[in-house]
Design a protein around this ligand. Structure first.
Ligand code: IMP
Length: 184
């Protein structure tokens, strides 16, 4: 844990613990950047940041990637409301890029039930990209309801509600440099 992580813990007493420290995040994101750079040596992929939560991961990951690439942004919401993801996604903000025949890397903050990313992949496949892969910062595998292929995963975490590094509680705490668990 860095001094900054410690600072935030004392400022926000509702955080129970740091699950993934900022140092571990830096190390892991660098590895993922290397993996992606090796895998896409002969391509110019488009990193698609799924807003809002994936913005810190996109920013850090792309700075660890040594190949040419583009970035684009997309925002989706789940139909149905409530606390459970229905998975049926509505596009709130669409891509600018034409993705036909392009290699796409969907950059996600967290995969929980998997319903959102599963539906999003189905929506994008209709546009005939050459390939679609998913880079997810954290994977709550135990909560999965549909099987989704995750090509690049930062960390697997237990079934707990987490905040930080893009993940919010009521739109707040996305700025935390670590992944933390809130007190129940
Ligand atoms: P799912 O994979 O369709 O269930 O939904 C994933 C979305 O649920 C993520 O993009 C987050 O917005 C939200 N989410 C799931 N688990 C958490 C969490 O622990 N903290 C914050 N947001 C979460």
């Amino acid at each position: 844990m860095t001094f900054d992580d410690q600072e935030y813990l004392s400022r926000y007493p509702f955080i129970e613990k740091v699950l993934i420290s900022s140092e571990d995040i830096t190390r892991r994101v660098r590895q993922l950047g290397n993996d992606i750079s090796n895998d896409y040596k002969d391509s110019t992929p488009i990193f698609v940041c799924i807003l809002k939560g994936a913005y810190p991961f996109l920013a850090d990951l792309t700075r660890c990637v040594s190949i040419e690439h583009e970035v684009d942004f997309m925002a989706v919401s789940s139909y149905g409301g409530g606390t459970q993801s229905s998975g049926v996604v509505k596009i709130e903000k669409d891509l600018k890029a034409n993705i036909t025949d392009r290699d796409i890397i969907l950059v996600e903050d967290i995969i929980d039930t998997g319903l959102t990313i599963d539906n999003l992949i189905a929506l994008l496949k209709v546009r005939n990209p050459r390939s679609i892969r998913v880079a997810a910062f954290v994977d709550k595998k135990i909560a999965r309801k549909v099987d989704v292929p995750l090509h690049y995963t930062g960390f697997e975490i237990p079934n707990e509600f987490v905040i930080g590094y893009g993940l919010d509680y009521d739109e707040k705490y996305r700025n935390l440099p670590f992944i933390g668990v809130m007190k129940a």
